[in-house]
Design a protein around this ligand. Structure first.
Ligand SMILES: [Zn+2]
Length: 349
């Protein structure tokens, strides 16, 4: 079968090749790939900056934002042939650490977790893949191709849960949320914040393209420019850019008692002269919390599937801005200005 594979930590080693059918040791459920989303992590892996092949091998099947159709549900009894499923990405570490031991592998303490398509387990960019039934999330069949955005939705579902958990350490009635960055994660964060009834604002650099209208269609407000010019102090900021300047601005703009949740991973940023103790004073005097959030556990996958099932299909459909066949994977990995989510389509629904 065809698969898109890469030799991690070696740039320009990604190709479409023939590999053997998935080994039954990968799980009792056999799935036909429909689509796989591409994200920044895939680009990092392809550039040789991230990723690990399975033990004893040099190449990794890429892809962690999956959507597939069950071909053989195996003996578990929970799935049927034809069900649409998305594969959970992370697996607990083998020790396991206390977090993984209670199923919160997203909070793994020792870093020995594995991840499909990223860290030591083959991903989903192959014509067929296998999965353990407990890691196959069945989605609402009416979502169709849009199920491919479930994985990024789990990331924001967890982030939102973190925000709420932290906020509720005191009396807290958040009214306003700011999302910085209107990529797939930012737009899905705005969707989730709107579903929770907040007045949502989204800040992004883009002056044109599909982002402003997508934000407005949620009933949220679109801004360009800088956080300091917004003219209000958000109760919640979900930071999705990973850009140093934006992060610093967010920490300065948050309302008293507010929560800044960092979801973006970047590096650098200008030296803005914010001294550590000054930042700390701000945070202390206003009871702020800055919380980092990554990945998602099964509870978040369940909640994310519910959030997507409630979402407007036409709006979700606008997130998928390009579909390319596996042969054109290089074009999928090459970001275009108006891209939001690009998917590699392995089979028709
Ligand atoms: Zn762990």
């Amino acid at each position: 079968m065809k698969a898109i594979t890469v030799e991690p930590h070696k740039p320009e080693t990604t190709h479409l090749e023939d590999i053997p059918e998935p080994d039954p040791s990968g799980g009792s459920v056999l799935v036909e790939a429909l689509a796989v989303g591409v994200c920044g992590t895939d680009v990092e892996i392809v550039k040789g900056k991230y990723g690990w092949a399975p033990r004893g091998r040099t190449r990794l099947v890429l892809g962690h934002e999956s959507l597939g159709r069950v071909l053989d549900p195996g003996p578990s009894g929970v799935l049927e042939a034809g069900d649409l499923v998305v594969g959970i990405v992370r697996r607990p570490d083998p020790v396991p650490c206390p977090s993984c031991a209670v199923g919160e592998w997203d909070m793994c303490r020792n870093g020995r977790y594995t991840e499909r398509g990223i860290k030591e387990i083959d991903g989903f960019m192959s014509e067929r893949w296998r999965i353990e039934p407990e890691y196959a999330m069945k989605i609402d069949s009416s979502l169709g191709l849009l199920g491919v955005v479930l994985e990024p939705t789990t990331v924001v579902t967890k982030a939102w849960e973190q925000v709420v958990t932290v906020g509720q350490r005191a009396f807290w009635e958040p009214q306003t949320a700011l999302v910085t960055g209107a990529g797939p994660i930012g737009l899905l964060a705005a969707l989730v914040a709107r579903q929770h009834g907040l007045d949502v604002h989204v800040l992004d650099r883009a002056q044109s393209g599909p982002k402003p209208a997508l934000v407005r269609a949620l009933g949220a407000t679109y801004h360009t420019g800088i956080v300091a010019d917004l003219g209000f102090q958000p109760d919640v900021i979900v930071e999705c850019t990973g850009a140093g300047d934006v992060i610093a601005d967010a920490i300065q703009a948050i309302a008293p008692g507010g929560v800044v949740c960092l979801t973006g991973v970047g590096s650098g940023g200008r030296a803005i002269g914010l001294r550590t103790a000054d930042v700390a004073s701000n945070v202390v005097l206003r009871n702020n919390v800055v919380v980092g959030s990554v990945n998602a556990n099964k509870r978040h996958w369940y909640k994310a599937a519910q959030a997507l099932a409630r979402a407007d299909r036409a709006w979700l459909a606008c997130l998928v801005t390009r579909r390319v066949p596996p042969e054109d994977f290089l074009s999928a990995l090459n970001r275009q200005p108006d891209d939001i989510k690009v998917v590699i389509e392995f089979a028709q629904l």
